[in-house]
Design a protein around this ligand. Structure first.
Ligand code: PLP
Length: 392
């Protein structure tokens, strides 16, 4: 018999991908230049030339070697490259044994959640939050507990989090720079979170893990992103090169279980076990090899910074409200009515494709991704104008 939950998920796919699929269809009908698809987080900046050079170099290797299986956690050399990178950049005493390579941040998040929870546990997310967290948490048979971020500045609401933590809390998920809002949690905010979680760990008598989802770590516009594992011992970092190296379709990322954690080796072993149980073993090998040498390639954010200025300037002129993003490549725009879906449907009538905020756990907003060409943003002006007129 079909699993009802899976049937439901299959029949109601991720709304971001629904918009994206509609965009592709619509572009075929009316021409690419007439559709302003700001739905999906597909980087518009090409991968660095070093990635292509490395792939070409690797293609010279004997195919049976190049395409062979690696150990479940990945190649020792690639894991070592990650540990070296974390040590050099953030000063954490990272070791390769604590690194598990994954098919992107998605696999990293699923493995991590499975490794540190039991059915019936609670996992806290900060709303608005990345759409797939709820699916991931519920797949581990846990409850997704939503705590709103502070409305005034989109920082973590420590008092609200404190009130939500209880003996059933297995983990708190944070994501900074944030999708969908673009906020970056300050060092003080992370310190306050760490202090509160330490206090709560002592009270409940078990670890409360911090799952730090960091695919946008390098996509920032001037503000520092504190490295969470330096502030809180029980941190597990989930990372992806999807955005920083513009490799979303290649599915390559990692889990880093902090070496500073009390039971670090056991948690890393549980991550290996969860990888095995879920079938997430041996991340795509060609890209493990790319990472070995390209891990220190700088991320070019110039085009995103320019797009951010272009889009916010335009929305200022048109009188839209939004949250100024400090990182990632999304703009969180106040919908012009309470019903976000209705607002996005009206936008779609003008071939402007946004994502409704309900799927991020919050009503009344919409997400506009500016990881597109500057021309798309410029050309979208008439659609934003027409959308505004719909409400006048
Ligand atoms: N976490 C966040 C916050 C994201 O925005 C995304 C993708 O957009 C992911 C995780 C998934 O990343 P990946 O494509 O590497 O699986």
């Amino acid at each position: 018999m079909i699993n009802e939950r899976m049937l439901g998920l299959g029949k109601q796919p991720n709304p971001i991908r629904v918009q994206y699929a509609y965009g592709l269809k619509r572009k075929a009908e009316i021409g690419e230049e007439n559709v302003y698809d700001l739905s999906i987080g597909n980087p518009s900046i090409p991968a660095p030339p070093a990635v292509r050079a490395r792939i070409e170099e690797l293609l010279e290797e004997p195919p049976e070697v190049l395409h062979g299986y690696t150990m479940a956690a990945g190649l020792e050399s690639a894991r070592q490259a990650v540990a070296d990178n974390l040590r050099e950049r953030f000063g954490i005493p990272a070791t390769a044994a604590q690194v598990y390579l994954t098919a992107g941040a998605t696999a990293a998040l699923y493995i991590t959640t499975a490794a540190i929870t039991h059915p019936g546990d609670e996992v806290i997310v900060n709303a608005p939050y990345f759409t797939e967290y709820k699916v991931m948490i519920e797949s581990a048979q846990c409850s997704c507990v939503e705590v709103p971020m502070r409305a005034s500045d989109f920082q973590l609401d420590i008092d609200a989090l404190r009130a939500a933590v209880n003996v059933k809390t297995a983990a708190v998920v944070i994501n900074s720079p944030n999708n969908p809002v673009g906020c970056i949690y300050t060092e003080q905010n992370i310190k306050d979170l760490a202090a509160m979680l330490e206090e709560k760990e002592a009270e409940v008598g078990h670890p409360i893990y911090l799952i730090s989802d960091e695919p946008y770590r390098e996509i920032t516009y001037g503000k520092e992103v504190p490295f969470t594992a330096n502030y809180y011992r029980d941190t597990i970092v989930c990372y992806s090169w999807a955005k920083s190296l513009s490799l979303p379709g290649e599915r390559i990322g990692y889990i880093y279980v902090s070496d500073l954690m009390g039971d670090a080796a056991d948690v890393a072993a549980a991550v290996g076990g969860a990888g095995r149980a879920l079938g997430f073993i041996c991340a795509p090998v060609l890209f493990q090899r790319v990472i070995e040498t390209c891990i220190n390639e700088p991320t070019n954010v110039d085009a995103y910074a320019a797009n951010r200025a272009l889009l916010t300037g335009m929305l200022d002129e048109l009188g839209y409200e939004y949250i100024q993003p400090d990182g990632a490549f999304y703009l969180w725009v106040k919908a012009l009515e309470d019903d976000s879906q209705a607002f996005c449907d009206k936008a779609r009538n003008h071939d402007l494709l946004l994502v409704n905020s309900d799927c991020f756990g919050v009503p009344g907003w919409a997400r506009a991704g500016y990881c597109v060409s500057a021309t798309t943003i410029k050309n979208s002006r008439k659609a934003w104008e027409a959308l505004k007129t719909d409400y006048e």
